[in-house]
Design a protein around this ligand. Structure first.
Ligand code: FAD
Length: 295
């Protein structure tokens, strides 16, 4: 299948990209192209023009210092998954990036494209929510920041406005005793998440002092699981607490929000959500035990 004809513009800087987007308001940004091009080939999107941002060097790369972590929007999944320092600082993000698709997708897809596209079955949105990410956007009126909690609005819809470019993802670093994980039930054909759960837990000994747990695949956009988070705080991370916290995954969330599709029904997704929340928390407890043993 071939996409409809389109004009092609290549930006070398953020300023150039913003200028091109201003001149061609109907244009779509293309980064890794691994969601946009299939959509165009299927005829589901027919943008008259593309602004290719993949050559903007300033948007590639990972920086980690005392202030936290900054990941350029064009950083590819393989780079993220393979970065050992990032794996210590933001383990839920590296785990989610490493769980995406196959090796070809991981070598081309970008963190910015993944978050901006906001496919409910994408892996990185839940990791961004659990990791307390902040998204940095640049537009005609300058730069603004949006917490991940306010970014994902509904299916394929985010707080990004027309003419804006997602340039960077800022993240806090985990403390030495904290843990972060991501697990998913993947589609056997594409690798997309049927349900994926990310958890970042702050710990003092084995007691959870703060919890951020989020899911993608289950709802029309990635969401935090407030019932699970509440059930964890001030508790020891043992098997009983994990079971109770996983059973609370849907607490505070309208059941109508659960997706049912050709992969699985909404009812089965609810069961997967509970099972994969339990799996994520069990893995977090194993990591916590391992880091205590290593001290
Ligand atoms: C076979 C296959 C399997 C896949 N499996 C998975 C999977 O298991 N898990 C998963 O999460 N994903 C999966 N994907 C999707 C893949 O991760 C895409 O790369 C991702 O969804 C989009 O990132 P991209 O860089 O390719 O963006 P593009 O396709 O280039 O763009 C996607 C959308 O985001 C916009 N956009 C891109 N970058 C920016 C930016 N910096 N600022 C503003 N807007 C921007 C574009 O305009 C477009 O609307 C799969 C894709 C394929 C083809």
């Amino acid at each position: 299948m071939f996409p409809a004809e389109f004009d092609y513009y290549r930006a070398e800087t953020v300023a150039e990209a913003l200028d091109l987007l201003g001149k061609h308001p109907e244009a779509e940004i293309i980064a890794g192209g691994h969601s946009l091009l299939p959509t165009m080939k299927l005829g589901l999107a027919n943008p008259p023009a593309l602004v290719d941002i993949s050559g903007i060097d300033a948007l590639h790369g990972i920086a980690i210092d005392d202030d936290g972590v900054r990941i350029g929007a064009l950083t590819r999944y393989a780079t993220i998954a393979d970065d050992a320092d990032l794996g210590h600082a933001c383990p839920a993000v590296t785990a989610a990036a490493g769980a995406i698709g196959d090796v070809q997708v991981r070598n081309r897809g970008t963190i910015g494209g993944n978050l901006a596209h906001a496919d409910p079955a994408s892996d990185l949105p839940a990791a961004a929510l659990a990791s307390d990410a902040t998204l940095v956007l640049e537009g005609p009126d300058g730069e603004r920041t949006v917490p991940a909690d306010d970014f994902f609005l509904m299916i394929f819809t985010t707080a990004k406005e027309e003419g804006e470019l997602l340039t960077r993802i800022d993240l806090p670093k985990l403390g030495p005793d904290d843990v972060g994980v991501y697990v998913k039930k993947e589609s056997p054909s594409s690798g997309y998440a049927v349900v994926g759960v990310a958890a970042v837990l702050e710990l003092e000994g084995d007691v959870v002092t703060a919890a951020r747990v989020a899911a993608n695949g289950a709802f029309d956009h990635a969401m935090r699981l407030p019932g699970t988070e509440e059930a964890l705080v001030d508790e020891s991370l043992d098997a009983g607490v994990i079971e109770t916290a996983a059973a609370a995954a849907m607490d505070g969330i309208d059941e109508a929000a659960l997706m049912g599709d050709h992969h699985v029904s909404a009812d089965y997704r609810a069961r997967l959500l509970q099972a994969y929340t339990e799996r994520a928390l069990t893995r977090a407890a194993e990591r916590a035990d391992a880091s205590v043993a290593a001290d």
